[in-house]
Design a protein around this ligand. Structure first.
Ligand code: AMP
Length: 307
């Protein structure tokens, strides 16, 4: 496995792979790799010839200085995980390789406006501009590829899809399912900062999602009622402070008037647990409406025109 800390070296390695007819799979991460990241790398390895992982804690997407200061950094074990999962190239640049004037931000940034300016975006102003900027830069450095992102960060995945479409980038974006602990907690690099008590309490996020899924599957059509049911579950856990819980249209992120009108539904949740803010989400399906008969049974009397 080759490890680069310069954009030029990384870019040239992937260009060489493409010149040999290889399909490049790219997995952008911020390191502190866990089984969720590994699942993305393994999926890329199963579908591509040359898998590249980027490891960069992007300061542009952190508004909270304490969050970036405490963000776990485990490069040594990350490299072992990358190689074990099938990566052949890693790009782990220092901040100044990505932003030469740092702490001054780059003059050019990328902002994906519109429908994604909800929920996470509202709770973390500037966050998705930071994400879109670094992802655009990584795509530009990497060149044509397939890129793998987790559904765990559902709004981020939507932002990246919009970015690629709007800027006509030569990248095919693939979303991958969320990997969870056996009790349901979504894996996150931030989970290591939870105390034992907070870790036990954090499972309430996925329990709340389960309650939302069951409500929607049971025919609840009011997004407000589903949100309230999820919030009530979070409310049972004193160590967890809810930021938002909602049921939205999975494609537009708008809260629909009614759920289940043949549009996909996504349940989103964010909450603070001790020192960290956790997010989670999942799909919810309304029950199928009873099939309408496309024919009318004609009784013997009617058929014979009797009466
Ligand atoms: P991060 O290092 O947190 O920026 O995440 C890098 C990539 O891994 C993103 O595409 C995330 O959505 C994805 N990811 C993070 N956690 C999980 C998880 N539990 N399951 C699947 N993918 C994940």
């Amino acid at each position: 496995m080759e490890v680069f800390d310069t954009a030029a070296g990384f870019s040239a390695a992937l260009a060489r792979a493409r010149a040999h007819g290889q399909l490049v799979g790219l997995v952008p991460t911020m390191g502190a790799l866990h089984a969720g990241h590994v699942s993305l790398i393994e999926r890329a390895a199963a579908e591509c010839d040359c898998v590249a992982v980027t490891i960069f804690v992007n300061p542009l997407q952190f508004a909270d200085p304490s969050d970036i200061e405490h963000y776990p950094r485990t490069l040594r074990s990350d490299l072992v995980a990358c190689e074990g999962a099938g990566a052949v190239v890693v790009f782990a640049p220092p901040v100044t390789e990505m932003y030469p004037d740092w702490p001054a931000p780059p003059a050019t940034t990328v902002s994906v406006a519109g429908t994604h300016e909800r929920f996470e975006a509202r709770s973390r102003p500037g966050h998705f501009d930071g994400v879109a900027t670094v992802v655009a830069k990584l795509f530009s450095i990497a060149g044509a590829c397939r890129a793998y992102f987790g559904e765990k960060d559902f709004e981020q995945l939507a932002v990246v899809r919009t970015l690629v479409a709007d800027l006509s980038l030569p990248v095919e974006v693939h979303g991958c399912p969320t990997v969870r602990e056996p009790d349901g907690l979504a894996l996150s690099s931030r989970n290591v900062r939870l105390s034992a008590g907070e870790r036990a309490a954090a499972v309430v996020l996925s329990r709340a999602l389960d309650v939302g899924v069951t409500a929607v599957a049971g025919g609840e059509r009011s997004p407000g009622a589903v949100a309230d049911a999820m919030a009530a579950v979070i409310g049972t856990e004193p160590l967890v402070a809810l930021d938002y819980a909602c049921a939205v249209d999975a494609l537009t992120f708008a809260v629909p008037d009614k759920l289940g009108d043949s549009r996909p539904v996504r349940l989103l949740i964010a909450a603070r647990v001790g020192p960290v803010r956790l997010i989670d989400n999942c799909a919810a399906r309304s029950p199928k409406p009873p099939a309408r008969a496309s024919f009318v049974l004609v009784g013997a009397d009617t058929a014979s025109g009797g009466g």
